[in-house]
Design a protein around this ligand. Sequence first.
Ligand code: B12
Length: 284
Amino acid sequence: MPLDIDTEKEFDIEDLKHDIERSRATDRWEDAPAEIKELFHKIEWNVIDGENQATVELINPAIEAEVSARTLIAGPMSTGISEVGRRFKFDEYFLPEVMMSAKCMQAALGVLKPLILEEKGEEVGICVIGTIQGDLHDIGKNIVAMMLEAASFTVIDLGVSTTPAAFIAAIKEHKPHIVGFSALLTTTMGMQWETIKQITAEGLREDVKVFVGGAPITQAWCDKIGADAYCVDALVAVEKAKACVRRYGDLKGGDPELHAALVAMDTADAERQAAQKKLQHATA
Ligand code: B12
């Protein structure tokens, strides 16, 4: 008799739907005061529903209630847009809905940007960043650029669908410590590899530390294409960028020692989180 196995897709749909429906009702952000939790759910659902104006109007009350811009981005805004991605994947949403939700994210980021940039101090390094050729997604790239600026990097943002030639020209002009490629499509991630190849062919590879990110990007992909660092999100990007100019400032782009050191930062972080969880369980 053939084995009866649930397909991954069926499991995904049920699991994700269950999660988001339960969360809408109660249990996400349990540690927040009730009124903040309520506000977060409203922001999350306005992003999902593509309510641009309403999303923006909820941002200031959250800031006034002392919620940081970072928490808003990493919290309800991110969970909202992730749910939009899930709905699109499973044909519950089509492109117009995704565009409306993207507009919500951009409008909310517009309100948050000046607050984040207030933290900027004396320059610690230079970073060139862009979404790779063929790819028009820029919300994640903009968040990374904003967080790097807040961490006192000078950021040259090349925008979307950036050609390898444009990255090369920017490296020559601005002499950045770091160059970052964003890719959100499995069909464009290959352009990260192509861009590294062209940077190498120009003799510039050792001059820059190459960062890669975006939803389909993994550490394994980073290893395969010879990038220096994979960053799962903007906060990791900031930590690794700082390490690249300070602790590992003497190492060149493409150096295996640099690559190993940056991977080790993720391992150390995972271990720290696991230890924290253990401690929480022990004291609960
Ligand atoms: C919003 C969105 C759009 C918007 C983009 C608006 C904009 N201005 O960006 C619009 C409507 C335009 C769009 C268009 C398309 N999209 Co779209 N889109 C999305 C969606 C829902 C959210 C992306 C997003 O903003 N996420 C939120 C941000 C904060 O997350 P993030 O980008 O991952 O960024 C974080 C990290 O990855 C990291 N990071 C990101 N970049 C970088 C760079 C560096 C250097 C570093 C260090 C870190 C880093 O840090 C960020 C912040 O923490 C995703 C779904 C998903 N789950 O990703 C689909 C998705 C990416 N899109 C998809 C598709 C298919 C498309 C289209 C092809 C649809 C079509 N038929 O036309 C087009 C492609 C257009 C093009 N040529 O690029 C698919 C891709 C599937 C695949 N296998 O490739 C996805 C995964 C949806 C899905 N589930 O099927 N899309």
